[in-house]
Design a binder for this molecule. Structure first.
Ligand SMILES: [Ca+2]
Ligand SMILES: [Ca+2]
Length: 189
C-alpha cells in the first residue's frame, strides 16, 4: 500500500539534468535503430551479488535529442512506467538479480534522420530512486542511479549499406536513376 501511494505522487520535476552523458553512471550503446521503425525501450536494473537488496520507489526518464522519438503517449503524458515484473516483486530487487524494471508504454517511432555523423544521435536516461524506508542505516548510500542508453539512427541515404534492413547499396542520396534507388536497391544500368 505504501508503494501505491508513492506511485500516485506527481512525477519528480525541478532538477535540471545535464544535456549530455556526464551524469550517467552506466552508458550502454550506441545501439542502432532504423528511421521510421517502432521500438520499445527499456532499462535493466541490476544488483550485484555483493550488494544489499534495493527497494525502488520513483523514477524519471530524460532524453538527449528527443526529437528523434515520436512517442505515442498512451497514458496521458507518461512515456515510461515500472514493468509488471518489478510490480510483482513489490519493487524489490535482490542481490544478484537483473530485472527489466522500466519500459516504454508502447512503441516509439524513430522520427528523424540525422544530418551529420555523431557518436550517437539520441539517448534515453533512466534515473531510479531508491527507497531506504526498510533500511534506514543504508540511506547514506547514493539515492539515485542514472543509466543511459545511446542510439544511432540508420537510414537509406546515410552512406552505410545496412544489410539488416535489406539495403543493397547506399549512395548517400534519395535519388532514383543513379544506380542506387531511393530505397537503397541496386538499379539496372
Ligand atoms: Ca544506409
Ligand atoms: Ca541514389
Amino acid at each position: 500500500m505504501r508503494i501505491l501511494l508513492l506511485l500516485s505522487l506527481p512525477f519528480f520535476t525541478g532538477t535540471c539534468f545535464a544535456n549530455d552523458l556526464s551524469d550517467c553512471k552506466v552508458v550502454v550503446g550506441p545501439n542502432t535503430v532504423r528511421y521510421n521503425y517502432g521500438y520499445t525501450f527499456y532499462n535493466v536494473f541490476e544488483v550485484s551479488a555483493s550488494e544489499s537488496p534495493v527497494y525502488l520507489n520513483r523514477w524519471r526518464v530524460d532524453y538527449i535529442n528527443p526529437e528523434y522519438l515520436d512517442k505515442p503517449r498512451p497514458q496521458g503524458e507518461k512515456d515510461f512506467d515500472f514493468t509488471k515484473s518489478i510490480r510483482d516483486k513489490e519493487f524489490n530487487v535482490n542481490p544478484g538479480e537483473s530485472i527489466r524494471h522500466l519500459e516504454s508504454l508502447g512503441k516509439f517511432r524513430i522520427a528523424k534522420r540525422p544530418v551529420e555523423n555523431r557518436d550517437y544521435d539520441f539517448a534515453i536516461k533512466y534515473t531510479t530512486y531508491y527507497d531506504f524506508t526498510n533500511m534506514p542505516l543504508l540511506s547514506v548510500l547514493d539515492r539515485s542511479h542514472t543509466s543511459c542508453g545511446t542510439y544511432k539512427v540508420s537510414f537509406c541515404g546515410d552512406g552505410i549499406v545496412d544489410n539488416k534492413y535489406n539495403e543493397e547499396c547506399d549512395d548517400k542520396n534519395d535519388v532514383n536513376g543513379d544506380g542506387c534507388s531511393s530505397t537503397c536497391n541496386i538499379e539496372p544500368k
